[in-house]
Design a protein around this ligand. Structure first.
Ligand code: PGA
Length: 223
């Protein structure tokens, strides 16, 4: 596995094109979607694909905060509506929720598993909200967010006190079951952790490092 350096624009275009190809050739495509700054450009490209029919596509989001209702401006549900779901009609859109934590992995399997999973990486090496120390075998679960993540995400809130302290996230095992993964890191603040994740030891201390064991994970870095 190696890190491919490309402009952010090129990365977004490439991943969006691969999503389109999947959706065109698959009867029941399943996408795993991420939130945060990184995937915004990908969703912008996908939103422009007016000639592609997404009405048989199922989406599963990686994570959601605990304690924000779906229409809170900082909920991931709302984020997805703003950037993608308000523009493209999918067959079904799933988010992990408190009353279905134990069922999320089964639901993904019931729909045939995730064909393409989009992932960002946290500055502490997290994928989704799998913070350092999360075991490889983890399924969808509730997590206490680390101070590092709360601080990183506070830029979206009026004050750091408003950032939820818990979230529900797909586990590492859940993510590793995706058939194809695109891991995208953008910005010099992600360079070092991405290098550790891809070229360093495989360790729960850097949850993204488990991706080294994935048979079809594509890794991109943009300045
Ligand atoms: P970002 O978040 O895309 O907003 O940088 C990535 C992550 O924390 O997984």
């Amino acid at each position: 596995m190696r890190i491919k350096n490309k402009s952010y624009q090129k990365v977004c275009h490439l991943i969006a094109s691969n999503i389109r190809d999947l959706v065109k050739r698959h009867d029941n495509p399943v996408l795993g979607l991420a939130t945060g700054s990184t995937p915004i450009g990908i969703y912008k490209e996908v939103s422009k694909m007016r000639n592609t029919n997404f009405s048989e596509t199922i989406t599963f989001n990686l994570d959601e905060y605990v304690g924000l209702n779906g229409w809170h401006p900082q909920s991931y549900n709302h984020f997805m509506y703003d950037h993608l779901f308000g523009k493209i009609t999918f067959k079904k859109r799933f988010f992990p929720s408190l009353n279905g934590v134990d069922l999320y992995d089964d639901l993904i399997e019931a729909y045939g598993g995730i064909d393409i999973q989009i992932l960002g990486i946290g500055t502490n090496g997290h994928i989704a909200f799998n913070e350092p120390g999360t075991p490889r075998k983890s399924k969808t679960h509730v997590v206490d967010l680390t101070e590092n993540t709360i601080k990183d995400n506070s830029r979206f809130f009026d004050s750091i006190d408003e950032v939820p302290t818990q979230a529900i996230t797909m586990g590492i095992e859940t993510i590793m079951k995706a058939k194809r993964i695109y891991l995208v890191a953008q910005g010099s603040h992600k360079k070092e952790i991405l290098d550790r994740a891809i070229n360093g030891d495989i360790t729960p201390e850097v949850p993204a490092s488990f991706l080294q064991e994935h048979p079809n994970c594509n890794v991109f870095y943009s300045d």
